[in-house]
Each structure stands twice: as C-alpha cells, then as structure tokens.
Design a protein around this ligand. Structure first.
Ligand code: TGC
Ligand code: FAD
Length: 392
C-alpha cells in the first residue's frame, strides 16, 4: 500500500466550529492512524485477520470510552471529541472503528448506564485500558431488524440465571473477554447480562468468508445452559429501549466515522485525478471527473455539518433517536456513494490493495447494514414525521 499522505478536506472551515481540545484529540487520533493503522491494515484485511496489536494504541488515544467519566477509566470527553475520534479511526478502516464503537458504546455504555456501582468498578477501567475486550449480542438468526422478537432467554434458578439461545453477526465475539447479552426473562422482559468467556456452555465460533470488514473479527454467541451469576444482570433498565439506547450512541459515532472513510476516498481520488494523464492532460481537468469530485466534497461538507450539529445537540442532551437515525443513514450512504465514484476515478488501480478505496467500499456494505439498515433508518424518520409506524 502507498504511504499515508492523507490531507483532510475542510471546505466550509468546519475546524472553526471546534474547540482546541477537539482539535488536539482529533490530531492525536489522526497521527496514530497514519503511524499504526495505515501501514498494516491492507495486509490484515487481505488475510481476514483482526490486528490485535492495535488495542493498546486505541486505548491510548481514548477510543475505548471517550465519553465515559475518568473516574471509571474513560477519557471524560464530550460528544464531538468522541465523534472526531471515530472519524479518524474509520478514515483508517471501518473494522477498527467497529471494535472501538462496540467497546465504547455497546459494552462500556450499558455497564455505565444500566449497571450497578460494583459492575462499573469491576469492568469499566479494564475495558477502558483494553485489558478486557467486550462484544454486544442483540442480533439473532431469526431476528435482525426486529430484535424485539428475540428468542434468547434466561430462567431464575435461585442462586443463578440459566441462559439459553444464540446470537449471530457479533463484532469482536471471537476474542472478547465479556459479552453484554440481551435476553428475555420468564415474563418476556428484556435485560442485559454480562457473560464471561470461560463460563461453561458459552462458545463464540468465528464467522468466515466475509468480503466486508475483513480486518474485524465477527462471530456467533452460543449459550447452552450457561449459569450466569445473579450479580451479572444489568438491573437499572429493562425492555427493548435498553439495547436501543446503546445503539443511539453507536449510531451517532458511525455518523462521524463514515465521514472519515469518505474523506479518505475523496482525498485519494483527487490526488490521483491530478496526477493521472490521459489524452495529454490530467483526468482532473475533464468535466466528468470534476463533476464526481465536486459532488463528493459537497456531500462530505453537508455530512460534516450534520454530524457537528448532532454532536452539539447530544452535548446539550437534546438529540432525539430519530435525529441520530437520519445522520447515520445519510452519512453512511454518502460514504458508500463516494467510495464507488472514487473507485471509478482510479480506473483499474482502484480495485487493487495499493489504494484504500475498494477496502472502504466493501467495509461500508456492512456499515450500511449494521446498527439498523438503511431502510430501517428511513422508516424511523418516516414514523417520526408522520406519527405512523410502517414496520409492522
Ligand atoms: P418500538 O416499539 O419502536 O420501541 C420499543 C421500545 O424502545 C424504545 N426505543 C428506543 N429507545 C432508545 N433509543 C432508541 N433508538 C429507541 N427506539 C425505540 C421505545 O420508546 C420503546 O420504549 P417503551 O418504553 O415504550 O417500551 O420497537 P419496535 O419493536 O417497533 O422496533 C423499532 C425498530 C425497528 C426501530 C428497532 O427495533 C430497531 O432499531 N431495529 C434495528 C435493529 C438494530 O439496529 N440492530 C443493531 C444490532 S447491534 C449492531 O449492529 C452492532 S454493529 C457493531 C459494530 O461493529 O459497529
Ligand atoms: P434483516 O432484518 O433480515 O433485513 C433484510 C432486509 O429486509 C434489509 O434490507 C432490511 O432493511 C429489510 N427489512 C427488514 N424489515 C423491514 C421492514 N419492516 N420494512 C422494510 N424492509 C425491511 N449485531 C449485533 O447484535 N452485534 C454486533 O456486534 C453486530 N455486528 C455486526 C457486524 C457485521 C459485519 C454485520 C454484517 C452485522 C452485525 N450485526 C451485529 C448485525 C446487524 O445489526 C444486522 O445484520 C442488521 O440489524 C440487519 O439484520 P439482518 O441482517 O437480520 O437483516
């Protein structure tokens, strides 16, 4: 792969909307990605292997629990810093951002929000440092977009719970030390349970043959009469709103992350178009390629402003779930469109691992599906503006 000479586009001076702390956090993450992620990531994606050596660095740049209070080992940052970290990591690779998203928003967040003080003390500092890695089990073989129908369940056996069921498509599952698992009790009420690797009857087979997020480890979670200690139940919120509340935080991070992938594709395509000469002139001097590039920077700029405004609303505690859905849907679709157009600008070179574009494009096929599909987020907006749900 070529050396990482990425230069971030900022057509509307969005930097002026950021504080000095935001820029410091963003620049630290950007330098780390250039030094540690870019040189190795293509190789790991080709091998379909997660680069575990990145875990310490992710912890050091504050990617594990950016907005979790420092008293629990988090970085204690605001929502815009969190978004900027996700943007920079996904500029490197969506799979690496996935690992950070899951750890922060889908494992640390529910323990922080719905857990007991003892659970916070036991797990959060170790998750923040990367000593423990976590995964989040919501999706099941028969229930993807409709997690409320989940079949995984637990029974109260007096001194423990007995957990049975299966989850699939779980990021980080093959190497996670703990899993936050969503299951129904005997009354059909959904709760989160912390399941630890090594508990008898708990296995995490890896999912192979993916053409997307190849540098991220994906797997199943199988629960065959797993005895879960009662102190591992997250007691402070139940119902479908509990896992969906975690998704709000992760979807917000993805709205920023997708901008990173789009910026990387745009920057690569712009540079290539200026250097590639056909018919005795750079292809950047042709109207057709300028149309592609001009539309890309327009869409990136709109996405930056959407994400920034959403970050302000989240900092003020005013962002709605439907607003988050709009940003996740718009920004991921924007990024995948830009990846496809950028790939064409590079002609045949665009399909090789010499450049990052094809990897981003394939990764984004997962990003547009997980954390709520493109269709589901449209239906969330539709329900919000009409007051009528079209899901069921
Ligand atoms: P519905 O009746 O609408 O809602 C049930 C309860 O949940 C509440 N709620 C929310 N709470 C917080 N945040 C949200 N975003 C919420 N959306 C709904 C709602 O108020 C209600 O509360 P209550 O107290 O009245 O009971 O539920 P529904 O069954 O009709 O489903 C709604 C729908 C389709 C929007 C929801 O199920 C959905 O979002 N489906 C998509 C599933 C999904 O996103 N799965 C993601 C799995 S995790 C993942 O993909 C990780 S990828 C990780 C990575 O690598 O980055
Ligand atoms: P389905 O729900 O079967 O949807 C299939 C199609 O039908 C989609 O196009 C969808 O938009 C459409 N559709 C569904 N319902 C409707 C409707 N009412 N109206 C119109 N169209 C509809 N899950 C986790 O719990 N944890 C993870 O860590 C995790 N990581 C993932 C990593 C990867 C790489 C991938 C690919 C997925 C991951 N997921 C994870 C699962 C992900 O959240 C689901 O794939 C996603 O929610 C969609 O579910 P599904 O694949 O079962 O598709």
């Amino acid at each position: 792969m070529k050396p990482d000479i990425f230069e971030s586009p900022d057509y509307y001076q969005v930097d002026d909307l950021l504080t000095e702390e935001h820029k410091l956090v963003r620049d630290a993450a950007r330098s780390w990605v250039k030094k540690e992620v870019s040189p190795i990531i293509e190789d790991y994606a080709q091998k379909a292997e997660f680069p575990k050596q990145l875990l310490n660095g992710l912890a050091e740049i504050g990617a594990f629990g950016p907005y979790i209070p420092e008293v629990y080992g988090g970085a204690g940052l605001d929502q815009i810093s969190y978004g900027l970290i996700m943007q920079e990591i996904e500029r490197g690779d969506s799979g690496v951002r996935s690992t950070a998203s899951v750890q922060s928003s889908l494992v640390m967040y529910p323990i922080f929000k719905y857990g007991t003080e003892a659970q916070r003390q036991k797990y959060l500092p170790k998750l923040a440092s990367g000593e423990y890695m976590g995964c989040f089990g919501l999706t099941e073989p028969n229930h993807g977009s409709n997690p409320g129908g989940m079949e995984t369940h637990f029974k109260d056996k007096g001194d423990h719970y007995l957990l049975n069921g299966a989850k699939m498509w779980i990021s980080n599952a093959p190497f996670a030390d703990i899993a936050v698992v969503w299951a129904k009790n005997e009354e059909g009420r959904i709760y989160g349970l912390i399941v630890e690797r090594g508990m008898e009857g708990f296995t995490t087979p890896e999912t192979h043959n993916k053409w997307s997020l190849r540098a991220s480890a994906t797997g199943e979670l199988i629960f065959d009469n797993v005895k879960v200690p009662k102190e591992n139940l997250l007691p402070n919120k139940s119902g479908l709103g509990a896992p969906l509340g975690c998704l709000d935080s992760a979807r917000y991070g993805i709205a920023w992350g997708a901008i990173g992938a789009a910026m990387d594709c745009y920057d690569t395509a712009l540079r290539y178009a200026k250097e590639r000469v056909q018919f005795d002139k750079p292809i950047a001097a042709t109207q057709l390629q300028q149309k592609k590039l001009a539309e890309m920077i327009t869409e990136i700029t709109k996405a930056q402003l959407l994400a920034w405004r959403l970050g302000v609303l989240r900092n003020e505690g005013k962002a709605t779930s439907a607003q988050i859905s709009m940003a996740k849907r718009n920004n991921v679709a924007m990024a995948i469109d830009i990846a496809r157009e950028a790939r064409q600008i590079l002609g045949g070179m665009g399909i090789t691992g010499e450049y990052s574009i094809m990897r981003h494009m394939m990764n984004l096929e997962s990003v547009i599906t997980y954390e709520g599909t493109h269709d589901i987020h449209l239906l969330i907006t539709g329900a919000d503006i009409t007051g009528m749900s079209a899901f069921k």
